[in-house]
Every structure is written in structure tokens, then in C-alpha cells.
Design a protein around this ligand. Structure first.
Ligand code: SF4
Length: 303
């Protein structure tokens, strides 16, 4: 963990060898004054840069493991500019939104103009959002920069299930926002994410049809929710697991058989049996990626 001025930089390597770095305006429990300053060598191998414009979110998803116990901090333009002064000759992707909700960032629209020209051509951006503030923020500067897709967390197509799983969200606002984005940016990819646990494991096949046909999504990712054993008080998941376990005498995580039911529902939507094509169905398979005409499997953890 390093620091750039008042902000925190966490470099890491993914299992497939990608050099990733994440910038946070703050993190609970981290005293940034004890960290060493980042230097140019810390940036020269970065391929994928993620940053959070703010350390806050406007909803609370029941399975969320982001820590909301700290003070809300914005990523100030001068802090972002300071990070962008370092050359990143291998940079390929920038993700806006990492652990919190980027559209709550006061300076969300201004970061693209701070990107230095010396980065490699063809760097693409992605926005990782719950989509609920798309009517309040303008994504045009990011589209002009090279926005590849927006990755929108929508954990049900049923208003009551959606609003119960994403506490504080409004299904009507979400649908208005996504349809407006689809109309205004017809070439922009919309990837919808559904993280499934007992709270929202209903009609996943219908969810896919709704996402593709009514919202105009290009891709749907279905994740099997996992709940960490080491739970912090600031995680929404912590209180949810306690409440669910007390009421139902079981974990809200799907069993292998329940996950298999979800896979079956998706296969029905896709028009063909999936179970026979997936080896070791169960704990090893945690993600289904669906496009209109194909299904692939991926066992990478949720990020
Ligand atoms: S998982 Fe839900 S609560 Fe957590 S940051 Fe994303 S939208 Fe917010």
C-alpha cells in the first residue's frame, strides 16, 4: 500500500499476471501518513488502473463487502492529477469505480480532461456503477475519452426483490436511467451484473430476457454471491448474514444445488441445456457470462 499525496494506491498482480493498481481517496483504518510515497517505478508496469472518485455509496447491497465505516472522502482533482503525472506506458484500461459508487463523485465528469497525453493510444475506460445517478451525471466526457462499457449492478428485474437486495435503490429510476443511456449512446455497451444469493434467487431466466430485450443490455454476468468468514462491522453483508442466519438458520449463500437451479434457469432462457456442458457444477463455477447468442463460463472471483 502506497500514497500519492492524500490518496492511497494499492498495486497488485492478478492471478493471470495483469498488473493492477487501485486508487482510493481513503480507506477505513488506513493511516496514510505511515505509507511510503509512490514513485515512478510503481507506475511503469501498470496495465489496469482503477480509481474511486469517492468513498461512499448511495445504496447498501445485502452481499456488499465494501467498508462504509470511514469518513466520506472525495478524490480531489489535484490528487488525481498528481497520480496522472506518472507515466504508465503499459496502461490498457481504466476502471472508474472500484469499491464504491463513482457517480457520487463530485468531480466525476472532470477526470477525463486530466488524463495526460503521454499514455498509450487506445486506453479504454469502464464505469462500474449501480446506475442510479446516471440522470444526475454526464458520462459524455468518458464516452469521448473512450468508454468501452458501463458495468451496472442490477440484482433483480422485480422491483420488490431489487429494492430489498439493494437497500435504498429505486427500480423506476434505474430503468429510466438505463433506457436514457441506451437511447443517447446506442453504441455504448451495457453489461448488467446480477450477484445471486437467497435474497434474489428468483426468476433469473426472466431477468436475462428483461435485461436483453427491455433494457438493451449487451451482456449479462451472473455471479454466485460469496460471504466472507472474516466480516467487518462496516460491511453491509455482515448485518445481513446475521439477520438472515438468525431468521432462516442457514447462510444466505446458495448451496451447490441452489446454484444449479440458477444455471438451469439461465439455460432455459438461452434455449438449451447447460448443465451437461459444465463440468464440476457447484463450488468451482461461480460466474456465468451471457451474451445474446453465447454462454461461457468463468470461475474468476467477483471483483
Ligand atoms: S455492491 Fe452495492 S452497496 Fe456495495 S458499492 Fe456496489 S452498489 Fe454500493
Amino acid at each position: 500500500m502506497l500514497r500519492i499525496g492524500e490518496t492511497i494506491l494499492i498495486p497488485e498482480a492478478t492471478p493471470d499476471g495483469i498488473v493492477l493498481a487501485s486508487i482510493y481517496p481513503s480507506l477505513p483504518g488506513v493511516d496514510h501518513s505511515t505509507l511510503r510515497d509512490a514513485v515512478f517505478q510503481d507506475f511503469e508496469h501498470i496495465q489496469h488502473l482503477r480509481f474511486d472518485p469517492v468513498s461512499a455509496c448511495n445504496v447498501r447491497c445485502v452481499f456488499c463487502h465494501s467498508d462504509f465505516s470511514g469518513a466520506v472522502r472525495q478524490l480531489a482533482p489535484e490528487a488525481f492529477r498528481a497520480a496522472m503525472r506518472f507515466s504508465m506506458p503499459k496502461l490498457q484500461n481504466i476502471s472508474v469505480g472500484c469499491a464504491y459508487e463513482p457517480l457520487m463523485g463530485k468531480f466525476f465528469e472532470s477526470y477525463p480532461s486530466m488524463m495526460p497525453r503521454k499514455h498509450p493510444a487506445g486506453v479504454r475506460a469502464r464505469i462500474i456503477t449501480n446506475g442510479l445517478l446516471l440522470h444526475k451525471k454526464d458520462i459524455s466526457p468518458w464516452v469521448e475519452f473512450g468508454l468501452e462499457y458501463i458495468h451496472v449492478s442490477v440484482h433483480s428485474h422485480l422491483a420488490d426483490v431489487y429494492e430489498r437486495t439493494m437497500v435504498g435503490a429505486s427500480m423506476r429510476q434505474l430503468c429510466d436511467n438505463l433506457r436514457a443511456v441506451r437511447l443517447k449512446f446506442p453504441d455504448l455497451r451495457i453489461n448488467m451484473i446480477n450477484v445471486v444469493c437467497k435474497e434474489n434467487q428468483v426468476h433469473i431466466g426472466d431477468y436475462c430476457r428483461w435485461a436483453f430485450d427491455e433494457i438493451g443490455a449487451d451482456r449479462v454476468d451472473i455471479y454466485r454471491a460469496a460471504f466472507a468468514g472474516n466480516r467487518q462491522a462496516g460491511y453491509p453483508a455482515t448485518s445481513y448474514v446475521e439477520r438472515f442466519s438468525n431468521e432462516m438458520s442457514r447462510s444466505p449463500a446458495l448451496t451447490d444445488e441452489e446454484w444449479a437451479t440458477t444455471v438451469d434457469e439461465v439455460s432455459k432462457f438461452m434455449g438449451g441445456p447447460l448443465r451437461g456442458n459444465i463440468h464440476a457444477l457447484g463450488a468451482a463455477i461461480s460466474t456465468l457470462i451471457l451474451r445474446r447468442t453465447e454462454v461461457v463460463r468463468d470461475d474468476q472471483p467477483l471483483h
